[in-house]
Design a protein. Sequence first.
Length: 598
Amino acid sequence: MNERQGPAQRRSGLQLIRGARGLLVFLFLVSGVINVLALTGSFYMLQVYDRALTSGSVPTLVAISILAVGLYGFQGIFDIIRSQVLVRIGARLDRMMAPLAHRVAVDMPRFGYSASEALERGRDVDTVRGFLGSQGPMALFDLPWMPLFLGFIYILHPMLGALTIAGAFVLTCLAIATEILTRRHAQASHEATVRRNMIAESNARNAEVMKAMGYAGRAVERFRLANEAHLSLQTRTSDISGTFAAISRVLRMLLQSAILGLAAYLTIRGELSSGAIIAATVAAARAMAPVDLAIGNWKQIVAARAAFRRIGETAAILDIAPERMALPAPRRSLSVEGITVASPSTGRVLLSDVSFTLEAGQAMGVIGPSGGGKTTLARALTGVWPVLRGAVRLDDADIPQWTDDALGRHLGYLPQDVVMVDGTVSENIARLDPDAKPEHIIAAAQAAAIHEMIVRLPDGYQTALGPLGTALSAGQRQRIGLARALYRNPFLVVLDEPNSNLDAAGEAALTKAIEGVKARGGIAIVVAHRPSALKAVDVVGVIQGGRMVAFGPKDEILRSRTRSDGAREAPAADQPDRKAVPVAVVSKARSDRTAGVA
Ligand SMILES: Nc1ncnc2c1ncn2[C@@H]1O[C@H](COP(=O)(O)OP(=O)(O)OP(=O)(O)O)[C@@H](O)[C@H]1O
Ligand SMILES: [Mg+2]
């Protein structure tokens, strides 16, 4: 998604805070009030030393003390308001952005991003919300009010003012230096974290083979190295901000003492009252506190800023989708017009210039060697991958004209690698539809001939499938996947190697299901290596090397291929190992091409 970064993202980032702009102004003003009230301490000192002590009046002391307590109380109340507003802004942003970020995260793997990269999007929202509830933003809101204290000290004595301003300048330089030095590492550090999490995720996915072939130790070593890189970057960033935080703390104390010393000197020279010594010291401490706090929290500030920027990008990605009109349900045809498809992750063209048309009631078989582009075609037909050129039209309407929801109702897709969401059998078949009718679910299960197997499961249709559907056998998963594809009779059903894990009964059910789609006026497209899956199809397309090298009536295509391949073809039909078949298909397709079938 990096290629899409630009002004749109920045606009969107701004749009995010536009809703909260009024609140930000409010917070700025509340911070002003808090900072004015924070002068209470200094004024109290001045009054106690220069008025109560010199006059020796207890009532005066009591009166100014009561006043001070009242002002401190107000400061506390405003402080509470400010922190509660900040927390609520964080929660509001979270409520608004977390589902959107998750929507983008769900979409990212289609574009070649790993699951950990995708989940980072969700964590960004957490980072910003956590930051808004911390000390960091208070420091940022207090910083602009620093001149208030500097002005107060300046009024006490210009020399004290000059010293404090010089100190503030040095501290600000420190903050800027921290920013410059940590910014370089922040991005690298984020990338190292993602890389480490990616390795952790892929190791977890490979648990079974690692156990069986004993390379879990080496996988852990790979993780350790990535973790090492992540740690060293983290350490370096923390070192920088920690060092600068320590320097700034020491400088601040030094400055405070220097102000005290200078004020004492000025008092000895008779230019300052003794109350002013304390008042100046207290005001200087308060003026420097936000700088100190900001430097101390710099790591979090940088992380929150980067996360906020990515949230803006996330919002922009979703902004790009234009509003679409509702279209009538397709019922006539699927026409594929010269489509060229590239991998969204690498940009490599995987399929060029494929065209064909199917009418309602027709089924098409797609065959060809491994890596030829059959799955790529299935992804383009279902809108999983966008087409670079050309169009996939359902009743003349190009796929991008449909919303995902609307298209989904007319589409059934059984991918080559069947995974399920962590839910029950019925939730998976009904595609998470909360209002699913049991008769629709059962009809889909019966169409996939899996109803009997489901009701024999411990909890029947309510059986939990576990993460990714791992509680099922591969063949069971494939048949539940088929039921999910057939749920509520979609117009176009695309099945990518639906029989790769099926037994004879499963294949018979598959054939029946395809015939069912045809009989009700739908269109079925079946990618298959084994001819047994092609019993019910009318036409066959051969995809090889990213092109459709042959397309026509099934018998014609299969006969010409059998002819050109001779006796070698025959056993392949019953070949149990599906990976063994493509070899025959490759040579077939090649001879097709030389024979000019394409
Ligand atoms: N997600 C992806 N990103 C980049 N390239 C991909 C991706 N998926 C597949 N490819 C490439 O696209 C080409 C076609 O792959 P595809 O999955 O369409 O083949 P296929 O005909 O379905 O093969 P098989 O019979 O093994 O399933 C291959 O060269 C593969 O390397
Ligand atoms: Mg495939």
